[in-house]
Design a protein around this ligand. Structure first.
Ligand SMILES: [Zn+2]
Ligand SMILES: [Zn+2]
Ligand SMILES: [Zn+2]
Ligand SMILES: [Zn+2]
Length: 363
């Protein structure tokens, strides 16, 4: 059975099973979409913590990447005039250009950068790794290179999941008294075997659906007319809008112009929640055809958006199995790529940004 036939048979079912979106929010025709939401993974899939830098933070400004303006956690590259570029921006702005047979140049001064002679700024890398920072949760002071590990495994005020999560409990909270109290009264402690069986079957069904989705993504990778675009979301220091589309990137593919639009979706469209830590938000993307007037007939695409090499978070596996773009149908389906608490989404979109790869194939 071809991919197209399979997906025709499944399309009505997959559209009906998309959570959080009402049918009115999915107005597009000729599309099938599926994704899997892995809640187990949510706790560690977060952007790098910033910590509070001890001393004068502006002393480190000379090590900010000239493109994304972040203080990198990665290798630092530089041009001959010491303009610093983080590894992610170096891949996007210098290496990717070279692959397209263009010259690699410094994004700031345009001086040529040669692939095999890329200079690193070792002094900056060491400075950023060794500077002392205080954990924002517990105030513990440590070297910046160890901050992420501290926040995930050592911090006495880190977020933890219930120890019964493997059998279905979704509780999350701060380690310590609250966690101990929850575990004492967790309903999963006293569930009977037959009740647990239902929960485990549900978890198994979720895993099976992920496996099935990954299989379909593998099929996409084997299609003959596949193309890849590297995309970047720069940090929105002025504040990424909530519950509205924002264009993240323009690019050309299959003789057309396209854009990727992102949406930070909050529960019930709330603008600023009272309890930010327990407010789980979604990040969705949509592929948009920007040159409909030059699109003759229908352009059928299948595509997936995956996180780039230097992204600090991993995207949920996602796949648009088929979308027919025409003059009248310029938007692909809204697809979930990331789910986390309000502060993590804010940090990702406003402070860190991300890199992504869009894999598209004509069908
Ligand atoms: Zn950068
Ligand atoms: Zn330069
Ligand atoms: Zn801490
Ligand atoms: Zn529990």
């Amino acid at each position: 059975m071809s991919i197209e036939n399979e997906q025709r048979a499944e399309s009505s079912e997959t559209i009906a099973s998309i959570p959080t979106l009402s049918p009115s929010e999915i107005p597009h025709r000729n599309m099938a979409i599926s994704y899997y939401c892995d809640t187990d993974d949510e706790m560690s899939n977060v952007p790098n913590p910033s910590g509070s830098i001890e001393g004068d933070p502006s002393e480190l400004d000379e090590f900010r990447c000239i493109v994304c303006r972040t203080l990198p956690y990665t290798t630092l590259y530089q041009c001959q005039y010491e303009h610093i570029i983080c590894a992610g921006c170096y891949q996007m702005r210098v290496l990717d250009k070279m692959l397209g047979a263009q010259l690699g140049t410094c994004p700031q001064c345009n001086v040529r950068i040669y692939r095999h002679e890329a200079e690193r700024n070792l002094h900056g890398e060491r400075r950023l790794a060794e500077v002392l920072v205080a954990c924002e949760a517990c105030g513990f002071s440590l070297q910046r290179a160890f901050l992420r590990m501290h926040c995930q495994t050592d911090c006495p005020l880190r977020l933890v999941a219930c120890k019964y999560r493997r059998i279905g409990c979704k509780w999350k909270g701060v380690l310590g008294a609250a966690a101990a109290e929850h575990e004492q009264e967790c309903e999963y402690r006293s569930k009977r075997g037959v009740q647990l069986l239902e929960e485990l079957q549900q978890l198994q069904a979720e895993r099976d659906s992920k496996q099935c989705l990954l299989g379909k993504i593998m099929k996409l990778l084997q299609l003959p007319h596949i193309t890849v675009r590297l995309l970047q979301l720069l940090p929105h220091t002025e504040g990424f809008p909530r519950n509205a589309f924002k264009i993240c990137s323009f690019f050309a593919a299959f003789s057309q112009r396209w854009s990727i639009q992102l949406k930070w979706q909050t529960p019930d469209g709330v603008e600023e929640p009272a309890d930010q830590q327990s407010c789980t938000c979604s990040l969705l993307f949509q592929l948009r055809l920007e040159s409909p007037s030059t699109c003759r007939g229908a352009l059928g695409l299948t595509y997936t958006l995956v996180s780039g090499t230097y992204s600090e978070v991993r995207f949920q596996p996602n796949l648009c199995e088929k979308c027919e773009f025409t003059r009248d149908n310029v938007c692909g389906p809204l697809t979930l790529i990331y789910k986390s608490s309000w502060p993590n989404c804010a940090k990702l979109l406003n402070e860190r940004g991300f890199y992504a790869r869009l894999l598209m194939a004509r069908i």
